[in-house]
Design a protein around this ligand. Structure first.
Ligand SMILES: NC(=O)C1=CN([C@@H]2O[C@H](COP(=O)(O)OP(=O)(O)OC[C@H]3O[C@@H](n4cnc5c(N)ncnc54)[C@H](OP(=O)(O)O)[C@@H]3O)[C@@H](O)[C@H]2O)C=CC1
Ligand SMILES: O=C1OC[C@@H](O)[C@H](O)[C@H]1O
Length: 440
């Protein structure tokens, strides 16, 4: 069947309806002529009546001019500071290398600008604590500061969380991954430079980490118990130029108050494609593309007669009855508008003591391009809105003091996320990324 919905969504994302701008629209300035800004801000802003992408600043003026021409941005600044000094700018999008996030976000806040700050918020937890607890950030009339964990703002991810919360059984295991194939990230990229705050855990690894933290509860302390990484080694002569740069990381965590098995995996260059049909020596050269995903396994619960056992207790394995163990999977929470799916898989077993007499599986598949029917948020959101468009909606709502969808990434969460990244690096035997020595 021809996927009309998909084509329609993709067409509307590429050519969004252009909103006429309100008089008090927020004028955003882009700090850096970055690769991500067109996708994360410039395009989403087109359909938002309260956002104008008004300026771009780059270290190289000619590059900034070209970028401004390409994306129809009226003002060009030849330095980041010139952007912050521009009184016509209300908000700044910080999409600089991670190692510059702290410095330029604090400078922007000091200049009275709201900030949409790319993930990860800072180079490490020291910076994140300084930033998010800074009096200029915590003051009641402080500018709005948001770490751009865009996927959280999409109804698809929120529906997944709601399904988990509404499901029977305590959480037993949470696994999340984000792997990208070789060739996506270029050799000289900022992600491969320690001094700029690079590394897999800082980049593709932040998403699965953020996802598992959302699922187990952001107040839970994740203690890394085992962390494995692959060092980035682009040279054939065996010399590792950036020994602190993890090209791929796998981490297992213990959760503060429970026995949940938490694992994450990130990879900048995932290989091993067609491993089931090709010899290993061939397969390990091939990319192995896969959707980012999060998987949650719940404890079995008894669903027939009244049981004295509590969900997840060991008594269940020996008692008789009808048990159901649920697994929930979210495929592709990062680009859900293109494709996503929520699988709700119920594994049924009938037991007589330790003997399983019958077992079967029932699976329900869901998608959520918008909030549920009847939810007032569904009348505001659109099915074609990308995670970035949803994020921009909420950033503006916060600045304008509007109610919004209720989804937000606050400073407490951003600091806890950075602390967990630091702990993960330390457990791996690597250094957290360097702290900025710029005095602001
Ligand atoms: N939310 C998301 O989906 C994504 C988020 N990101 C995040 O956005 C940020 C930027 O990523 P991306 O757009 O890929 O990055 P780019 O490689 O495009 O770099 C961003 C900007 O950094 C500036 N820059 C400043 N100092 C340096 C330096 N020493 N070396 C290189 N560049 C420098 C450049 O600005 P200038 O123009 O002034 O030269 C460049 O335009 C990162 O924090 C990343 O994690 C990235 C991709 C996706
Ligand atoms: O969404 C993303 O995909 C690719 C990454 O390298 C990038 O930084 C990340 O945000």
């Amino acid at each position: 069947m021809f996927p009309f919905d998909l084509v329609q969504r993709l067409y509307t994302i590429a050519f969004p309806p252009t909103a006429s701008k309100n008089e008090d629209a927020i004028r955003i300035g882009l700090l850096g002529a970055s690769k991500i800004a067109p996708v994360a801000v410039v395009n989403p802003a087109k359909s938002h009546p309260d956002v104008i992408v008004a300026a771009v600043a780059a270290r190289d003026f000619d590059r900034a001019k070209k970028y401004a021409q390409d994306y129809g941005i009226p003002i060009v600044h030849s330095s980041y500071q010139a952007m912050l000094d521009d009184p016509s700018i209300d908000a700044i999008y910080v999409a600089l290398p991670n190692g510059l996030h702290y410095e330029w976000t604090l400078r922007a806040i000091r200049a009275g600008k709201h900030v949409l700050l790319e993930k990860p918020s800072c180079s490490n937890a020291i910076e994140a604590k300084k930033l998010f607890t800074h009096p200029l950030v915590t003051a009641s009339n402080a500018p709005v500061l948001l770490e751009a964990f865009h996927y959280q703002f999409h109804p698809g991810w929120q529906t997944f969380l709601s399904e988990i919360r509404a499901s029977p059984g305590a959480i037993q295991a949470v696994h999340a991954l984000f792997h990208v194939p070789p060739g996506i990230i270029n050799p000289g990229d900022i992600r491969f430079q320690y001094s700029l705050g690079g590394g897999c855990m800082m980049d593709v690894g932040t998403y699965p980490l953020s996802m598992v933290r959302q699922i187990v509860g952001r107040d839970k302390f994740l203690e890394p118990v085992e962390v494995k990484y692959r060092v980035h080694q682009p040279r054939k002569d065996g010399i590792v130029d950036e020994p602190q740069i993890d090209e791929a990381t796998e981490a297992q965590y213990r959760v503060s108050d429970g026995a949940i098995d938490v694992r994450i995996s990130g990879d900048f260059m995932t290989k091993g494609g067609l491993s089931s049909i090709l010899p290993t020596s061939w397969s390990r050269r091939l990319p192995s593309p896969q959707w980012p995903k999060a998987t949650v396994t719940l404890a079995p619960v008894r669903v027939d007669a009244v049981s004295s056992s509590s969900p997840g207790s060991s008594e269940q394995s020996t008692s008789s009855g009808h048990f159901v163990q649920r697994t929930l999977i979210m495929w592709n929470p990062l680009i859900p508008t293109f494709y996503h799916r929520i699988d709700i898989v119920d594994q049924h077993t009938l037991r007589e003591g330790e003997r399983v007499t019958q077992s079967w599986t029932e699976t329900e598949y869901k998608t959520a391009y918008n909030w549920p029917v009847g939810d007032p948020r569904a009348a505001v959101y659109r099915d074609w809105w990308t995670t970035y468009r949803c994020q921009l909606e909420e950033f503006v709502n916060r600045i304008k003091g509007r109610q919004g969808s209720g989804v937000w990434v606050d400073g407490v969460e951003s600091v806890a996320q950075m602390e967990t990244i630091d702990r993960t690096y330390e457990k791996a035997g690597l250094q957290p990324r360097p702290t900025s020595n710029v005095a602001i």
